[in-house]
Design a protein around this ligand. Structure first.
Ligand SMILES: Cc1cc2nc3c(=O)[nH]c(=O)nc-3n(C[C@H](O)[C@H](O)[C@H](O)COP(=O)(O)OP(=O)(O)OC[C@H]3O[C@@H](n4cnc5c(N)ncnc54)[C@H](O)[C@@H]3O)c2cc1C
Ligand code: FES
Length: 276
């Protein structure tokens, strides 16, 4: 894993893309080249009071040649509310946004795929939890894996990663919305169970691995489904973070191997080891 750097990033765009959802593009040449799927950046929020700590966001997409990363985020509190107000002009005027990264570990499925094993992988993303799965899907497909994607969101207009996944896969991901406005009505865990029962949509083979990110209750259910199906499962945990580099212990995850730091030992863990 590459050593993290602190880049003064130009903000290239920061646009609303759905209900309380924003897509931000940052010019971070080093992070764009070195980030591995599942890793995250720790952002200093522009124009925030000194008491507002950095906030962690996964790298949703990147263009290594252009030196840019995309972050998809949801406004949930003070930090993200201020982030949504940031404009390229304001960030330029303050000398750029401080972006620390890449941080954390990566999906084990990537290393396995790159060893040439031709995996069948099921990716399950709930809400903005779909974001850390996109780079993963890109790398898995590049490595010759068969990939199925299940997405869940509250409403159709919150399914903001659907088109990008569809373009990458060459077919629609399986979608569910809580209100039934797109895809299967209800939670996407119905679709993940159906996928595990049916096998990979590319060739019907059983899945070799499940990777999931979203709210804890979703990850817990999908982890149990994968366990029942005897398929190894990885989860990307989201804990509140302060330092982001393993020093403060504010982000611990309880595992069967003891307490682990989500920022430095994770955020991705073997689902069998997480104590839910
Ligand atoms: C490794 C990692 C990757 C992440 N990637 C993304 C991403 O790609 N897109 C995205 O929208 N969000 C992501 N998050 C969550 C994001 O960091 C928080 O939503 C953000 O820090 C909230 O800041 P705030 O000041 O707006 O909210 P606060 O005012 O601090 O809190 C508002 C609410 O959000 C909850 N919250 C705060 N921090 C977190 C957190 N880390 N995880 C879960 N809930 C939290 C609080 O419990 C509270 O209910 C990620 C978190 C981690 C740890
Ligand atoms: S945020 Fe400080 S140890 Fe993880």
């Amino acid at each position: 894993m590459a050593n993290p750097v602190n880049e003064r990033a130009r903000l290239l765009s920061n646009d609303p893309v759905g209900p309380r959802l924003y897509l931000m593009r940052l010019e971070t040449p080093i992070i764009a080249k070195t980030t591995r799927p599942g890793q995250f950046v720790h952002l200093q929020i522009p124009a925030a009071d000194a008491h507002i700590l950095r906030r962690p966001f996964c790298v949703y997409a990147r263009d290594a040649e252009a030196g840019t990363i995309d972050v998809l985020y949801q406004v949930v509190g003070e930090g993200t509310r201020l982030l949504a107000k940031a404009t390229p002009a304001v960030v330029d005027a303050t000398g750029g946004m401080s972006v620390l990264g890449p941080l954390g570990n990566s999906w084990a499925a990537v290393d396995e795929a790159q060893s040439g094993s031709g995996l069948h992988v099921l990716l399950v993303g709930g809400g903005v939890g779909a974001a850390p799965l996109y780079l993963l899907a890109e790398d898995l497909i590049d490595a010759g894996c068969a990939v199925d994607v299940v997405l869940g969101a509250q409403t159709e207009d919150a399914l903001v990663t659907r088109e990008r996944f569809a373009a990458l896969l060459g077919r629609e991901p399986a979608c569910a919305t809580d209100d039934g406005s797109y895809g299967r009505p209800g939670f996407c865990t119905t679709l993940s169970q159906e996928a595990l029962d049916a096998g990979c949509s590319v060739d019907g083979a059983p899945f070799d691995r499940v990777c999931v990110c979203g709210p804890d209750p979703l990850m817990k259910i999908v982890a149990a489904q994968a366990h029942e199906a005897h398929v190894p499962c990885e989860v990307s945990t989201e804990r509140r973070m302060a330092c982001g580099i393993g020093a403060c212990l504010s982000c611990v995850v309880e595992t069967t191997d003891g307490l682990k730091r989500s920022c430095a030992d994770g955020p991705i863990f073997d689902a069998e080891k997480v104590v839910w």
